[in-house]
Design a protein around this ligand. Sequence first.
Ligand SMILES: C[S@@+](CC[C@H](N)C(=O)[O-])C[C@H]1O[C@@H](n2cnc3c(N)ncnc32)[C@H](O)[C@@H]1O
Length: 283
Amino acid sequence: MAASGQQPNYHIGHKEETLKAFELRNAGTCLGYLLPTLEALPPDFSLLDIGCGPGSITFDLARRFPKARIVGVDLGDEVIERNRANIAHFAPDSNIEFRSGNLLHPEAFLSPEELGSFDVVHEHTTLICIPDSVAGLHALMRVAKQDGGIVACREADVASQVIWPPVPESAELQERIYAMNGLDTQMGRKLLSKALDAGFRRDQVTASASVLSNITAPHRELYAGSMIAMLADENSDYRKAAAKFGYTEEQVDVLRRNMEKLIAADDGWRLCICTEIICRLGP
Ligand SMILES: C[S@@+](CC[C@H](N)C(=O)[O-])C[C@H]1O[C@@H](n2cnc3c(N)ncnc32)[C@H](O)[C@@H]1O
């Protein structure tokens, strides 16, 4: 487990195929639990989206709330450059910006005036990438407005993932990769408990759950295609883990064929439970 304030790497990486798969996400498909709360705020609210990745959720928020000040932050410089280049295309008439930064060091990407000033601090499947997720939640709490600010999180419970046709070998390697990086595939089910560990009171938190899915053929292809691309890359964490755990070429081939099976299966799908919390700061 990494100490607070440190984070070794991002285990999935920002390959183009992965970014394309994440781009399926938007506020409509992922933030059903949060949209009514945002709609009730004054239209010029400020929102920080931490671990925004390719920014499809962030851009959608900027389009839906054009008067709001939206700031997307991610560890990866390249993905932030990519997002900046996409602003003119995805959210031209909005108040959006992107910055590089590590959630665990907010003072490095926020000015002293901005720290503790955001009306809403949001993350979508970012805490699951941080070994010390309680430190991550604590940092989210610090950057939100202390009196009346909102911290909103949606986290995947990767251990609950259902894929049909069955792909047990792929699930096993995934579990090992998370463990190798000090991460927890059960982050989703522990989200509320970690929020309480980080210092939120139970009466400040509203909890809910929903499912992240890849069901249609194009959506299965984007998900499975991103896994196939990682398997083809000798430098990806997937290949490094396979090498570390002594996988033979035939075993790596089984992993690839599993994903090809998912793409081809008309009766196939990938489903993953996501947990959601809305935490309101203040008395
Ligand atoms: C699973 S992706 C989710 C991306 C986006 N939120 C979405 O759902 O489409 C997690 C993202 O969090 C970023 N990330 C991981 N650790 C981070 C940290 N400590 N600070 C900021 N971003 C981080 C990664 O670089 C990655 O882009």
